[in-house]
Write a protein that binds this ligand. Structure first.
Ligand SMILES: CC(C)(COP(=O)(O)OP(=O)(O)OC[C@H]1O[C@@H](n2cnc3c(N)ncnc32)[C@H](O)[C@@H]1OP(=O)(O)O)[C@@H](O)C(=O)NCCC(=O)NCCS
Length: 432
């Protein structure tokens, strides 16, 4: 069954923009995820010449919670001038959180619950909440309830030095205990993806992202960010893109997730990143009635889930055939394919699965999707070079694919995003 609706009822992407993506601890380190979300929403409203009062709904994805603003979307909407009546909610689907935000927005539009919606995501990996140990947590609660200074001090008696040390946040799967990197390392080994192949893919990501930055394609989507507190330095491009890298340089880097036998390094993994991205969405007939020329449309979407202890980041290999079937299209119909680059080993594993007879037969009970033409793949680089603010990446990719399709005179784009928990998200978008 295809998800294509009647003419005029397609879900349109009207405009979009994002912050520069900056390495965590760097240029955007003083901005919380709320600051980033507020900036991107304000810029989008301004670029789209939208009256903020017209906004019915804001949906944002985020992964690491902002403890000061649990419903990030609502606080960002209010802060960017949306009226109190604008509904807003925040979603989390690990690295596919912005994909979920876009789908939630599409569903709200399709069901008539909202007409003018902003969907996207924000992440500040520079501002991860620092946790404390259970004994210290209990002591703090007891101290806050104590009525005398003596009892307050007593609450901390018996604490050991290790109890007062901060508990570092983990990028580990709860169900397996393995980090994303360790899981991707496992995928590299199981799929026979060697170090050189990964490093070549990483260099390609940097070269293509650098080219798309230098010719203005990526900066056109990016707002100029000013650095607090003095606001005298600014950034309008992604600062993880390296023009000084090559395969020989990458070959010298030490593996980080399996130091003895591993092949994943800082060079062929996506870096921890801060950033936000957002898209304005409406139904096609509404958008056109408002005088907009949509960037494109969401033709279909699919989510899938796999066993996290198997190949954790292979989700797009499962969600993509469903999205293509729902679009009534095949891989060869796609003019662009954009796969989120969590790790080179993961993208290369997904590409192998797309073309594998065995995978298709044993896991999907169908014929393989086929081989992705390299000339269509991640043509502006990907998360390895551009960076990966978890909650924002799905919106960044959707915006870039729509803009690139528009520049090429239209066509179909496939987007695939892997996510923790063994999840996969795929979109088919179209542009005219
Ligand atoms: C891989 C990871 C641990 C690396 O972190 P890091 O050590 O802080 O990374 P850095 O940027 O400092 O890079 C380490 C070194 O490699 C070098 N390097 C990184 N990329 C390079 C490149 N493309 N070319 C040349 N050198 C490079 C750096 O210059 C640095 O060298 P130095 O130590 O001499 O300064 C971290 O980025 C990470 O955890 N990534 C995965 C995130 C993740 O799991 N995401 C979820 C995906 S689903």
């Amino acid at each position: 069954m295809t998800q294509s609706p009647a003419p005029g009822k397609r879900i349109a992407f009207v405009a979009g923009c994002r912050t520069p993506f900056a390495k965590a601890g760097g240029f955007l380190a003083d901005e919380t995820s709320l600051d980033l979300a507020r900036c991107v929403l304000a810029e989008l409203v301004s670029r789209a010449e939208l009256k903020a009062e017209a906004l019915d709904l804001v949906v944002l994805g985020t992964v690491v919670p902002n403890v000061a603003a649990a419903n990030l979307a609502r606080e960002a909407a209010l802060a960017c001038g949306a009226p109190a009546s604008t509904d807003a909610f925040t979603v989390s689907r690990a690295c596919a959180s912005a994909n979920q935000a876009i789908v939630s927005a599409a569903q709200a539009i399709a069901s008539g619950q909202a007409e003018v919606v902003i969907a996207g995501g924000a992440e500040s990996l520079s501002n991860v909440p620092i946790l404390v140990s259970k004994p210290l947590s209990r002591a703090l609660v007891a101290a806050s309830k104590a009525r005398t200074l003596g009892n307050r001090i007593k609450a901390f008696r018996g604490l050991k030095l290790k109890d007062v040390l901060p508990v570092p946040p983990a990028l580990a799967e709860v169900s397996t205990g393995l980090t994303m990197g360790e899981s991707a390392e496992k995928m590299a080994k199981e799929n026979g993806i060697g170090r050189e192949e990964q490093d070549r893919f990483a260099v390609r990501s940097h070269e293509l992202a650098a080219a798309a930055t230098d010719d203005g394609r990526l900066p056109a989507e990016i707002l100029r960010a000013y650095q607090p507190p003095r606001y005298d330095a600014s950034l309008q491009e992604d600062d993880g893109i390296r023009r000084d890298t090559d395969v020989a340089t990458l070959a010298a880097l030490r593996p980080v997730f399996d130091r003895r036998y591993g092949s994943l390094t800082a060079g062929n993994s996506s870096p921890l990143t801060d950033g936000a991205a957002a898209l304005l969405m409406m139904r096609e007939d509404k958008a056109k009635a408002e005088g907009y020329r949509p960037l494109g449309y969401l033709r279909s979407y699919a989510f899938a889930a796999v066993d996290p202890s198997d190949q954790l980041l292979l989700g797009p290999a499962y969600s993509t055939p469903i999205a293509l079937d729902r679009a009534g299209l095949t891989l060869s119909d796609m003019d662009l394919v954009d796969l989120h680059e969590a790790f080179a080993a993961q993208v290369l594993s997904v590409l192998r699965a797309f073309e594998s007879e065995t995978f298709a037969r044993e896991k999907l009970n169908r014929s393989p999707l086929g081989t992705v033409d390299e000339a269509k793949l991640n043509v502006e680089g990907g998360s390895i070079a551009i960076g990966h603010p978890f909650g924002a990446t799905g919106a960044r990719i959707t915006l870039s694919v729509l803009n690139e399709l528009t520049r090429r005179g239209g066509g179909f784009g496939l987007i695939g995003v892997c996510a923790a928990g063994g999840l996969g998200a795929s979109f088919v978008v179209e542009s005219e």
